[in-house]
Design a protein around this ligand. Structure first.
Ligand code: URA
Length: 199
C-alpha cells in the first residue's frame, strides 16, 4: 500500500500518477482520479476509466458518461454537485489493431487500488456512495454481488451508506431496446434514492 495517507484531494491527485501498486499503469495513458465537488454529499463510483477517460484524464466522459449524465438529470441530480470516481484508476485494456478493448480488472487490481478509493471517500466524506456495477460493489461492499438483488435499497454499515446499482456500460451493452429502457429506469430510481438519503 502506498503510504502515508494523503491530506487533501490535491495531494491525492498529485501522488496518484506515481502509483505502482499493480501493473495497470504501464499501458495506460494516465491515472484518472475522481472529479467533482470536494464536499459532495453524494459520491458515484464506477469500475475503471474507459478509452476516452484514459485519454482525457477525467472519469465518465465517454458513452457511459453520457448515459450517466442523462440518468442523473432524470433523477434531479446536478453532476457538479457530486463527486464521481472509479474503483480502479487506470484503464485495463487489450490492444486490437487501432482499438483498445476494455478488460475487467481482477480482484488483485481492485484491492491494490482501494487505497485511493478509500482516501477519496475519507476526504470527500459523502453521506451516500453509489456503487455502479459489480466491480465498485465488490470494492465497497465486498464479495460477488448480484446487482439485481442488491439494488433498490440503502445498505448501511458503520462507516458507509451505500446504494448498489447497474453500471451505465452494462445498460449500453443490452441487446434490446426495451431491456435497455427498463434497466435505465432502475438506474434513475437508484440515483434518486441515493440523492434522497444524501439530502
Ligand atoms: N466506465 C467506468 O466505469 N468509468 C468511467 O470513467 C468510464 C466508463
Amino acid at each position: 500500500m502506498p503510504d502515508p495517507s494523503p491530506h487533501s484531494l490535491e495531494e491525492l491527485r498529485a501522488r496518484l500518477p506515481g502509483c505502482r501498486a499493480c501493473p495497470l499503469w504501464e499501458h495506460a495513458t494516465q491515472a484518472v482520479p475522481g472529479a467533482g465537488a470536494a464536499g459532495a454529499a453524494l459520491m458515484l463510483v464506477g469500475e475503471q476509466p474507459g478509452d476516452q477517460e484514459d485519454r482525457a484524464g477525467e472519469p465518465f466522459v465517454g458513452p457511459a458518461g453520457k448515459l450517466l449524465d442523462r440518468a442523473m438529470a432524470d433523477a434531479g441530480l446536478a453532476r457538479d454537485a457530486t463527486f464521481i470516481t472509479n474503483a480502479v484508476k487506470h484503464f485495463k485494456h487489450l490492444p486490437r489493431g487501432k482499438r483498445r478493448i476494455h478488460q475487467k480488472p481482477n480482484a488483485g487490481e481492485v484491492d491494490a487500488c482501494k487505497f485511493w478509493l478509500l482516501h477519496e471517500m475519507r476526504l470527500v466524506a459523502p453521506r451516500v456512495v453509489v456503487a455502479m456495477g459489480a466491480t465498485a460493489a465488490r470494492a465497497l461492499w465486498g464479495g460477488e454481488i448480484a446487482i439485481n438483488k442488491a439494488r433498490g435499497q440503502l445498505l448501511e454499515r458503520e462507516d458507509r451508506s451505500l446504494v448498489i446499482t447497474f453500471h451505465p456500460s452494462s445498460i449500453l451493452r443490452l441487446p434490446d431496446q426495451a431491456a435497455r429502457e427498463r434497466q435505465y429506469r432502475l438506474l434513475v430510481d437508484d440515483l434518486a434514492l441515493a440523492a434522497k438519503h444524501a439530502a
